[in-house]
Write a protein that binds this ligand. Structure first.
Ligand code: C2E
Ligand code: MG
Ligand code: MG
Length: 558
């Protein structure tokens, strides 16, 4: 690891931030204080009768003080001055006018020098120790990079410096190594630290700017750029992109990291440093969430996040007070045009009567434990709907967390059997994400659900990373091809070929295929002609409340 760090040369910040210590009184104040104490000591000795009495040692006070302030050299100089002040001119006995013998004052001077030298070296050692300790506290012990504490020290200093000098322009660039946890799982903690250090080093190498890197958290680096020119931020982002394209060897394993970047460029040095950090990090979160490589800060991100946080905090009470409802969107058999099932899609009636769509709250809900009560609600409502409508078959969406929530899976089985609903009537839609995160675990649970009799289909197929080969090992019954494939069917032969290939492959694997998002008659026809089994989309019907869906269906059947 050292060799990696060794290659890491920091481009200097134009004005490197320094940690200011509390000890520092200005030099002139300290020197005049010492001088005053030496003179006071001399006067005290003279007034108390001369060096023959007990007071000569008060003059050691400034000697010890200069040891503390100036270390070895300072205390030796102070000791010599103190020894000379109590030297040949200072009487042994003032009243009787007895002078000191040279041996007397020389011996004292020597003793003062010894005491001064000794205390000076002790203070020097203590200072070195505490400096080393303070410096260690500013560094991440695993990579040697500056840490968050150092950033909290340096950033305000830099901002103050800029404010004083009338300069303005500082960029904070956050970089997250998105797949660090996978590297950690595969190669261990040490390897992931090596990767972080190497990434920081390479970015430093690539960058033409003055940058300083901090390890902000396990997988996040923050680069400080002392510049007014936003073009320099772009250059740094380019350098990071280049770093991401390089392969590095870690424990003889070639590794390429995926990164996401968020930045904030400020021209107001009076902005509190915590706000600057928060803004840059918000931009990073936006980049990660939108699966983008880079996002500069936009105040709209914070509004969106705040709105979402407020929404999430109301999910539980909303469930209790009946603000959620299931809408149903029919699935159509493309060969016959018959309705052959429906998908349950959640809707939230906000307090202002506005209908809140799942995209604005489900992604966050799915990341929290709130997903369990939400999915339980969906299961309850679905079984009720199925009990009242014995001809219906409903698909529900399960989140990754649901799949690995043993008690929820057990409840699903129990609720269905208690209501007398055959599992075949509840299809479970799972996105590829669930399978990628824990392929083995997911496979086991899917098999269990299949054994119970629940059909399982892969939702939004084509947007993830599943390989065809991988699909052959999964106990799934259907593929729901993502809307993105349907959208471009009319515009290119190659898009149609890909779709046809997906349909054929699914059939070979004994799966049914549902095309999502059919909006035009020509899309329907192309899909029907290529043998796609079912379709779902606004062309047939939008999602609607249960009663409206049943009326719609009755009308369609006529
Ligand atoms: P999804 O499961 O892929 O659902 C299909 C989405 O596509 C629905 O959006 C539907 O309204 C929309 N859609 C259907 N046909 C068309 C079309 O022709 N054109 C266009 N542009 N869109 C069409 P919706 O209802 O907003 O749901 C969005 C996503 O939210 C769902 O995608 C699903 O992932 C999630 N979701 C919805 N309800 C639940 C739920 O109860 N539990 C979980 N875990 N996720 C849910
Ligand atoms: Mg779905
Ligand atoms: Mg879908």
């Amino acid at each position: 690891m050292n060799s990696l760090l060794g290659r890491f040369h920091w481009n200097k910040l134009t004005a490197p931030p320094v940690v200011q210590s509390a000890e520092s009184l200005p030099h002139p104040v300290r020197l005049s204080g010492l001088l005053l104490l030496l003179i006071l000591g001399t006067i005290t000795v003279y007034m108390t009768g001369g060096t023959g009495y007990a007071y000569p040692y008060v003059i050691l006070v400034p000697v010890v003080l200069s040891a503390a302030w100036y270390g070895f050299t300072g205390s030796v100089i102070a000791a010599v001055v103190a020894g000379l002040l109590l030297g040949p001119l200072m009487p042994l006995d003032v009243q009787q006018g007895i002078a000191q013998s040279p041996a007397n004052w020389l011996a004292r001077l020597l003793m003062f020098v010894l005491i001064g030298g000794f205390t000076g070296s002790i203070f020097r050692a203590l200072k070195q120790h505490s400096d080393a300790h303070a410096e260690a506290l500013r560094h991440d012990s695993r990579t040697g990079l500056l840490n968050q504490a150092a950033l909290d020290d340096d950033l305000p200093v830099l901002l103050r410096q800029q404010a004083r000098q009338g300069r303005a322009g500082l960029a904070l660039v956050f970089v997250r190594i998105v797949d660090l946890s996978e590297i950690l799982e595969a190669l261990g903690t040490e390897a992931s630290d090596i990767v972080v250090a190497a990434v920081a080093a390479r970015i430093g190498d690539h960058s033409k700017n003055s940058v300083r890197a901090y390890r902000f958290s396990g997988s996040e680096l923050l680069f400080l750029l002392d510049t007014q020119d936003s073009g320099e931020v772009e250059t740094l982002v380019e350098a990071i992109r280049e770093t991401g394209e390089e392969v590095m060897e870690v424990h003889d394993v070639p590794v390429r990291v995926q990164m996401a970047i968020g930045s904030h460029h400020t021209s107001d040095p009076r902005t509190p440093h915590q706000d600057l950090i928060r803004r840059a990090r918000t931009a990073l979160f936006a980049a990660v969430e939108e699966a983008e490589f880079y996002r500069p800060y936009d105040p709209a991100y914070e509004r969106k996040t705040a709105e979402r946080v407020q929404l999430i905090s109301r999910v539980r009470s909303g469930l209790k007070s009946g603000e959620f409802e299931l809408y149903f969107q029919p699935k159509i058999h493309l060969g016959t045009g018959e309705v052959c099932g429906t998908e349950a899609l959640i809707r939230w009636h906000g307090i202002d009567g506005r209908l809140i769509m799942p995209d604005s709250f489900m992604p966050k809900v799915e990341d929290t434990t709130l997903i369990a009560p939400v999915t339980r609600f969906v299961i309850q409502q679905t079984t009720e709907f199925l009990r009242e409508n014995p001809d219906e078959q409903v698909s529900i969406n399960l989140a990754v967390r649901n799949l690995f929530d043993k008690s929820l899976i057990r409840d699903l089985e129990q609720i269905a059997s208690k209501a007398g609903i055959e599992p075949q009537r509840i299809e479970l839609e799972i996105t590829e994400g669930a399978l990628i995160k824990n392929p083995y675990g997911a496979r086991v649970i899917l098999q269990e659900l299949r054994d119970q009799g629940f059909p399982v289909s892969l939702d939004d197929f084509g947007t993830g990373y599943s390989s065809f080969e991988y699909l052959t090992h999964l106990p799934i019954t259907g593929l729901k091809v993502d809307r993105a494939f349907v959208k471009h069917l009319e515009t290119g032969e190659s898009n149609r070929s890909v779709m046809k290939c997906l349909v054929d492959m699914a059939h070979v694997l004994n799966m049914t295929v549902v095309a999502e998002g059919i909006e035009t008659e020509s899309q329907r026809k192309i899909l029907a002609d290529m043998g796609c089994d079912m379709g779902q989309g606004f062309l047939f019907a939008r999602p609607m409340p249960a009663s409206r869906y049943l009326t719609w269906k009755a009308r369609e059947a006529v």
